[in-house]
Design a protein around this ligand. Structure first.
Ligand code: AR6
Length: 172
């Protein structure tokens, strides 16, 4: 039941036909590189204009905007932790990104959502560890929720895809 609501794919999150895509943003919410840059480029300049009015976002928290030119309807911006060796609440903060993004999505009646591998690029979080945290949080959420229809984990590289598949098979 919960398993068929989780999908792992390799691809570009900006191309996903879902209700919401999650952005791995920074605390300013003023755009950046990586997936953040790709989402802003694909959504167009109105996204930055809306983001400027949000007052930033704390690590582990999430905020929602329109998605403008993206195929999605919404962008949920969350700020992952910067990896500092693992002793600075990184696991807990990364888990919060998933929980808070999914909780916000539910409030907006979002039924399909795509996540990138938050924190595993510029922020340096080890992908194997991050994939287990992501999948654990999503499974826990889906076990207590019957409205979310699909959670897609979008991996940019084949290696990330393999880590995520492994984590899913270990946790289910
Ligand atoms: N679709 C899916 N995944 C992507 C895409 C894409 N189009 N582009 C990159 N990725 P990162 P972070 C993957 O660095 O580590 C930004 O500058 C990428 O390969 O985007 O949370 C922000 O403004 C990696 O697997 O995010 C922040 O300053 C994953 O997305 C900072 O980077 C996350 O990598 C956030 O760092």
């Amino acid at each position: 039941m919960k398993l068929d609501r989780i999908e792992i794919i390799q691809g570009d999150i900006t191309k996903q036909n879902v209700d919401a895509v999650v952005n791995a943003a920074n605390k300013s919410l003023h755009g950046g590189g990586g997936v953040d840059g790709a989402i802003h480029r694909a959504a167009g300049p109105q996204l930055l204009e809306e983001c400027k009015n949000l007052g930033g976002c704390e690590t582990g928290e999430a905020k929602i905007t329109n998605a403008y030119k993206l195929p999605a309807n919404w962008v949920i911006h969350t700020v992952g932790p910067v990896w500092k060796g693992g002793g600075h609440h990184e696991d807990e903060l990364l888990a919060k990104c998933y929980i808070n993004s999914l909780t916000l999505a539910k409030q907006y009646n979002i039924k399909t959502i795509a996540f990138p591998a938050i924190s595993t690029g510029v922020y340096g979080f080890p992908v194997e560890r991050a994939s287990r945290i992501a999948i654990k949080q999503i499974i826990d959420f889906l076990e207590n929720d019957s409205t979310m229809e699909k959670v897609i984990l979008v991996c940019f590289s084949e290696k990330d895809y393999e880590h995520y598949q492994k984590a899913l098979s270990e946790l289910t």
